[in-house]
Write a protein that binds this ligand. Structure first.
Ligand code: NAP
Length: 316
């Protein structure tokens, strides 16, 4: 059997990277092998990936030398940053530089950079429709990833720029599920007005990335957007109603209200939803559903995701 191409996967014990490791290990004859990168090779999650057949190696994205070692001998890498672990866009850009340098050093043939739009191309800093945050960003966790695209390009790393979408898993892990209001009714709140929000099962991001590695170099240098569905808040509430067996209403919370909710990251997310609401056509247009399904034929719809996961959404 020909030697398998090693894909080094950052965030392997997490949502996006985990989906990629599982996609690779489930496809034993696919020609690829997964190298799962973690800070803690002895953790239960890391051991589970080893049981699935992944090689597990230690590295920290804040330690570029450890990344160089982790990328050595690989064919490709999946690169992702972890904004919500530190809330620092500048740190994301520095980490992306370390990844790009390590990829160049290892001579990788194909890197997928999990990115998002630099919203300042649509909403310049002097556009007051939304506040400027941290002095130089509109949507810090988007802008930094988009700004870091050029880091890979300038380093001469053969890169596919993967535009991801809102994880439906946020309804489980990010406190974004429906809540019971004072009137006793369940309400699903989003700052989207009547506009469509591209969403995806987080697991499917890694599975689409696997499709990109399989297609190979025709995707190098390209930006590819993925989503499972583009849905309005009303459509999502209707799907939640069917799945949970109780009425869930869509509650539009304007971005200016959302920004003031006071939880860490509320302003960033308020600006993010406003960007998605106000630039619906461009944002949805960049995330083609047919292409996403072609990359990952098992791509889940919101209904399909709910059928598997509705029981995990915390309801009060
Ligand atoms: N939530 C959304 O809707 C959404 C949508 C699009 C994009 N995003 C972006 O997705 C990114 C996070 O991806 P994710 O949700 O897949 O991550 P995740 O599930 O939070 O996984 C993070 C994993 O990465 C590892 N990690 C954390 N810090 C690390 C470090 N310093 N060095 C090496 N590994 C580290 C951890 O593994 P170990 O503990 O094993 O080391 C952890 O299991 C964020 O930047 C966010 O902006 C989120």
């Amino acid at each position: 059997m020909a030697e398998r191409k090693i894909i080094a996967v950052l965030g392997a014990t997490g949502a996006q990277g985990g989906g990629l490791v599982r996609a690779i290990t489930e496809d034993a004859d696919g020609g690829f092998a997964a190298r799962a990168i973690t800070r803690e090779i002895g953790s239960e999650k890391a051991r589970e990936l080893a049981r699935l057949g992944a090689e597990v190696v230690a590295a920290d994205v804040d330690d570029p030398e450890s990344l160089k070692r982790a990328f050595e001998g690989a064919y490709g890498a999946f690169c992702v940053t972890f904004f919500w672990a530190h809330f620092s866009p500048d740190k994301e850009i520095a980490q992306a530089k370390g990844m790009a340098q390590a990829a160049k050093h290892a001579g990788l043939r194909h890197v997928i950079w999990s990115t998002l739009e630099d919203t300042r191309k649509w909403v310049p800093l002097d556009d007051n429709r939304m506040p400027t945050l941290m002095g130089k960003y509109k949507v810090p966790h988007f802008d930094a990833k988009g700004e870091a695209d050029r880091v890979f390009a300038e380093a001469g790393v053969p890169t596919t720029f993967l535009l991801t979408s809102f994880f439906w898993d946020n309804l489980i892990h990010f406190g974004m599920g429906p809540k019971r209001g004072a009137d006793g009714k369940m309400a699903f709140s989003l700052p989207m007005g009547d506009k469509k929000l591209p969403g995806i099962a987080a697991e499917d991001i890694g599975r689409c990335a696997y499709g990109i590695f399989q297609q190979g170099r025709e995707f190098v240098g390209r930006t590819v957007g993925i989503a499972g569905e583009h849905l309005t808040g009303t459509q999502m509430a209707a799907a939640l109603t069917r799945s949970l067996g109780q009425e869930v209403r869509y509650n539009y919370v304007p971005p200016e209200v959302y920004r003031g909710l006071g939880f860490p990251g509320a302003e960033d997310l308020g600006n993010m939803f406003q960007f998605k609401r106000d630039f619906e056509e461009a944002f949805c247009g960049a995330r083609d559903l047919e292409q996403s399904r072609a990359l990952n034929p098992a791509l889940q719809t919101f209904e399909a995701w709910l059928a598997r996961n509705a029981g995990r959404i915390p309801l009060d």
